[in-house]
Design a protein around this ligand. Sequence first.
Ligand SMILES: CC(C)(COP(=O)(O)OP(=O)(O)OC[C@H]1O[C@@H](n2cnc3c(N)ncnc32)[C@H](O)[C@@H]1OP(=O)(O)O)[C@@H](O)C(=O)NCCC(=O)NCCS
Length: 158
Amino acid sequence: MDAAKPVRESISEYAEFALPNDANGLGNVLGGKVMHLVDLAGAMAAIRHARRPVVTASVDSMQFLHPVRIGQLIILRSSVNRVFRTSMEVGVQVHTENLLTGARLHTCSAYLTFVALDENGKSTPIAPVIPETEDEQRRYRQAGERREYRLARRHPPI
Ligand SMILES: CC(C)(COP(=O)(O)OP(=O)(O)OC[C@H]1O[C@@H](n2cnc3c(N)ncnc32)[C@H](O)[C@@H]1OP(=O)(O)O)[C@@H](O)C(=O)NCCC(=O)NCCS
């Protein structure tokens, strides 16, 4: 396993114009489009940290705080909150920017769990992550609580 790495090495940013092709019948961006971008942005941070292929094991619940309009810029920021053994929690924050005014709004946040894979496609241990700032330490602590809740719901009855 690699040596521990600071959270800052995994910080990733991704931005995309909201285009008409992404719209629902009201002219706003489909929630599923934003979820797709969240998965991509999360994977970027996870791969940057693990330097291995990863798969999405789970996505915690997401709430959309306001609609995203066509023509706005969707900006995603992601980083690894905590590494467990073969899995890690990644946090993704989504903002939208009206490029004509510069106004930015927080659209949603999400926590995703990614699992790193070895050459045979099996889950494999990941280097620990070092939280340095106060925010990173808070996210690290809270990620432990979220994991308990997440794993308790891992195999829900169908
Ligand atoms: C995620 C996956 C690799 C887990 O495989 P598994 O055989 O259950 O493996 P394990 O039980 O050894 O778990 C591996 C790690 O995943 C974590 N994990 C498994 N299911 C999880 C879930 N629902 N939520 C959070 N973490 C989960 C385990 O806690 C473990 O983490 P740890 O090593 O850090 O403790 C497997 O279920 C899988 O490949 N799923 C499909 C992933 C995928 O294709 N995603 C895209 C869907 S289109």
